[in-house]
Design a protein. Structure first.
Length: 360
């Protein structure tokens, strides 16, 4: 342990691991007065796959930049790998990998040359470089194109090279800032496999994403950030359970007046006895209740008796989008921007992002 490393032995997670990240009341206000992060606290144990989920502009990148010592916090206490972000910046930089939103790949160089360049930048001992580069090229499936210029790489290949470059010095903790934005589902899945592999090897991962499915698939635990504040945290399954029940989606033939009338029937007719929540959507209503399955048919009868035509009906388990809706009253749409209820209601789970141009 370096002399200035904090001994956090009294603040270990319950299972004896140490914390890779500890932040308490982190605040960051930009020079123009924008309060990007207001009182964020988190504790990420070593080895965890931790997700930081939120819409555009929520404060994810700002938080990551503080953790990676690229921005000084305005207030709060932050330790990364046991080091203080205010006083031990060099030690933190040596002990983390950072895959930024913008690519670090130099397109005039080959994949192998880019990795060599990253080894230089991180001071990887010369004797270790060749083996490490081969290992990373294999891991991210770029061995076949190792000596090809990165210029011709697809978006997915560049992202995989970016991720490999963040890992040449074998950091115990890696920050991935929206690593799959703009990739097609196939390219995204390949990156997910790679991230899972490095996490299985023991690397702590701090991932920011605006994709609900990504957070759900990869993360052991996550925090949801909105307008610079954490609004929920927990394991994806726990958060979904906390929504409290199952979701009943009812599609209606008629427009807004019929949807409001249907919502009124749910609220006033006491068909569901557990005080359900009801949301008006683009094409009907959504009811969240522990009795969705049992009482769903009774609702259909009540709607028919009121002269409202039902065109579709489905009971399902809650998704992270339902969690987001329950907490914020807004959906998180596929562009990562929070959309008011009843406007853009499809989640990133259902709509893939733009193609990234033919990832092989
Ligand atoms: N250099 C800056 N100066 C002033 N305000 C900034 C600066 N960088 C970011 N902001 C503002 O801070 C807030 C948080 O931005 P941040 O980039 O951290 O959000 P984000 O969740 O990472 O969003 P995105 O998904 O768009 O990257 C936003 O209101 C943004 O406009």
């Amino acid at each position: 342990m370096r002399s200035n490393q904090v001994d956090r032995s009294v603040e270990q997670p319950p299972d004896g691991r140490r914390y890779a990240i500890e932040a308490e009341d982190l605040e960051l206000t930009y020079a123009d007065g924008t309060e990007a992060v207001s009182g964020v606290s988190m504790a990420v144990p070593e080895g965890e796959f931790f997700g930081f989920l939120g819409p555009n502009g929520a404060g994810k990148t700002t938080t990551i930049k503080v953790l990676a010592t690229l921005l000084n916090p305005t207030a709060g206490t932050v330790h990364v790998n046991g080091f203080d972000v205010k006083t031990d910046q060099q030690a933190i930089r040596e002990s983390i990998g950072y895959m930024a939103q913008e690519t670090s790949v130099i397109t005039e160089m080959t994949a192998r040359e880019n990795l060599r360049f990253a080894c230089d930048a991180y001071g990887v001992p010369r004797g270790d470089r060749a083996d490490r580069i081969e290992e990373l090229l294999d891991l991210v499936d770029l061995a076949d194109v190792a000596d090809k210029q990165a210029e011709g790489f697809s978006g997915g290949m560049k992202k995989r090279l970016d991720a490999a470059m963040a890992l040449v010095h074998r950091p115990p903790l890696v920050f991935l800032d929206e690593p799959t934005t703009g990739l097609d589902p196939k390219a995204r899945n390949r990156l997910w496999d790679y991230f899972e592999e490095i996490n299985d090897r023991g690397t702590t991962i701090f991932l920011t994403t605006q994709y609900l499915e990504e957070a759900d698939h990869l993360c052991d635990r996550l925090s949801v950030i909105l307008d610079g504040e954490i609004v929920a945290e927990g394991a994806p399954e726990t958060l979904k359970r906390e929504v409290g029940g199952e979701i009943l989606d009812v599609e209606l033939e008629d427009g807004p007046a019929a949807r409001e009338q249907a919502a009124g029937i749910v609220r006033e007719d006491h068909i569901f006895e557990d005080d359900p929540t009801v949301d008006v959507t683009d094409d009907g209503i959504t009811v969240t209740s522990r009795e969705s399955r049992k009482r769903g048919p009774d609702l259909l009868v009540a709607l028919r008796d009121a002269g409202i035509t039902v065109t579709g009906f489905n009971v399902r388990s809650p998704t992270l989008d339902d969690v987001f809706l329950a907490i914020t009253g807004e959906h998180l749409d596929d562009e990562g921007s929070a959309a008011s209820n009843g406007e853009a209601v499809e989640s990133a789970v259902e709509r893939p992002a733009a193609a990234d141009g033919g990832d092989p």
